[in-house]
Design a protein around this ligand. Sequence first.
Ligand code: ATP
Length: 268
Amino acid sequence: MQQEPHEAQPPGEAATPLIALRGVRASLGGRPVLHGIDLSVGPGEVVALLGANGSGKSTAVRAAVGQVPLAGGDLDLFGTPVRRFRDWARLGYVPQRSTAASGVPATVREVVASGRLARRRLLPLRRADREAVHRALDLVGLADRAGDSAGALSGGQHQRVLIARALTSDPEALVMDEPLAGVDLASQRLLAETLRALAARGTGVLLVLHELGPLRPLIDRAVVLSGGRVERTVERPELAAGEDEHHPCHPADEAEPAAGYPLRTGIL
Ligand SMILES: Nc1ncnc2c1ncn2[C@@H]1O[C@H](COP(=O)(O)OP(=O)(O)OP(=O)(O)O)[C@@H](O)[C@H]1O
């Protein structure tokens, strides 16, 4: 990973969003899931996507990284319409754990190094790459497990390996789907420190979260989805009054309207 800041915007000019969804609609299995999502992440911004189970958070971030075709609306990445965008190495993505945990017969180091290949374009890894892999593993507290089989890790450790893989490619925008799921508090704090440092040098971060947890002070904007739409947006949720850190984000499943969503989420 480089330590230099990403390219700065000329003074006086509004920064081009790294990720911009405008009126995005998407269907899965023939069923409309997103009904017109507006969302943007600028350089150095940390944006949290919240909402009940089934509200469309994963679909929205998968749409944002080009994994779900758009049924309508626009997606721009680094100012380029997605249909013309090719520079995928600028975008890091950590998928939801359940969709990523496969029985890959590789060491932890190899899994993390695969994140570097996007930058190397399949050339052999050099010393700088190996150092970047080590740094990324150190950042997630797993440097001592580099030689272990990835299959021998716990669920939370596996999640941290996926985070390290995304970090090692030094992305300018980082999209993470529930990075805190199954990750212990000490590792959540490590992740918070890492994201703070990345944002400070211009990396934009989009996170699906159930609870803000130790990431709360970093969040510039929280976007709450409900039924595939943006229900509300809250700037700097850390500053919002009446919060309860430990209250779950989504008390009800979207499929159970009787449970009374939207309730107070406890997050915002
Ligand atoms: N492959 C699929 N085919 C059809 N429908 C799908 C598919 N994947 C998800 N859906 C539906 O799309 C809706 C949104 O799902 P999504 O996974 O985006 O929600 P989410 O907000 O991320 O939920 P969670 O908090 O449970 O992860 C849900 O109603 C879900 O049932």
